[in-house]
Design a protein around this ligand. Structure first.
Ligand code: 5RP
Length: 266
């Protein structure tokens, strides 16, 4: 692996621990003004201090994030569909030149294995990997799940392994039963988990604890952080799990501590 590629990857995934807390706020690219991200800057800027990396689109980045930030950017470069249409119908929206101009530390697209436009999304990933290899920019493949697909180790293992074989440098997927099998099938490629739809804070933290125990390199979590009643408490709790192997009870104590923007009733 080239020096530039290694350097960018090590800005995202801590080279000593092999772990990462990535904050995902790219939802608007197909969901529009997602709850909590209507004024993206107001929500995200207080959380940035605790994130190792930020996953975001170029438009949101230029609108709401100060260019003085030192956080590595994982730039969402796919899109082209909305929640009103077939989700797998994605194209590449952002050129590699613009990703370089933005100083992205990685680029990312979704891969819809089993989706109507499966081949198109695998083609998107292949093109990003080819461009990323040319310029030393790692690619995060997001295994996106179609509506009626079961999120089990068999399916997620299939989706993740295809991304690895195409050349992704990191994979984002969902936590599931038998998760170690999914991780094993990815070889040396780090696997981070998505949070998915907002669930109770305790359940989201438990998922992070189990995922890291089961071999995840950390999280790329969005709604379960920024839609929490205590977003700063939540990201600090997730960070303690990922970087300090905090237990569920330790993480819950951190989440329950009032922080700026907390709506937890005391
Ligand atoms: C879509 C995505 C999301 O936009 C987002 O990054 C998911 O994060 P979370 O599920 O934790 O809200 O990756 O496939």
């Amino acid at each position: 692996m080239d020096w530039g590629m290694k350097n960018r990857l090590s800005r995202i995934i801590n080279p000593r621990s092999g772990r990462c807390v990535m904050l995902a706020v790219d939802h608007g690219y197909f969901q529009g003004p997602t709850t909590g991200l209507e004024n993206l800057g107001k929500t995200v800027n207080p959380l940035l201090l605790y994130a190792d990396a930020l996953m975001i689109t170029r438009g949101a980045l230029r609108n709401w994030i100060p260019p003085t930030t030192d956080k590595p950017i994982v730039l969402r470069v796919s899109g082209g569909q909305s929640i009103l249409k077939e989700l797998s119908n994605e194209i590449i929206t952002t050129s590699i030149e613009d990703a370089i101009r933005i100083n992205a530390s990685a680029i990312t697209c979704s891969v819809y294995v089993g989706g109507e436009y499966e081949k198109q999304t695998i083609d998107n990933l292949s093109r990003l990997v080819n461009e990323g290899e040319a310029y030393g920019i790692p690619v995060l493949a997001v295994t996106a799940v179609g509506k009626e697909l079961v999120r089990d180790a068999r399916y997620l293992g299939l989706a993740c392994r295809i991304c690895v074989e195409v050349g992704a440098h990191m994979v984002k997927t969902y936590y599931c039963k038998d998760f170690p099998e999914v991780v094993e099938a990815c070889g040396n490629i780090p696997v981070v988990i998505a949070g998915g739809k907002k669930i109770e804070e305790k359940a989201a933290l438990e998922m992070a604890v189990n995922a890291t125990k089961d071999g995840a390199a950390g999280v790329d979590m969005g709604r379960n952080i920024f839609q929490s009643d205590n977003p700063v408490g939540m990201i600090k709790a997730v960070k303690a799990i990922v970087h300090e192997n905090a237990t569920l009870s330790e993480a819950l104590d951190i989440y329950r501590t009032p922080h700026e923007g907390s709506r937890i009733l005391q």
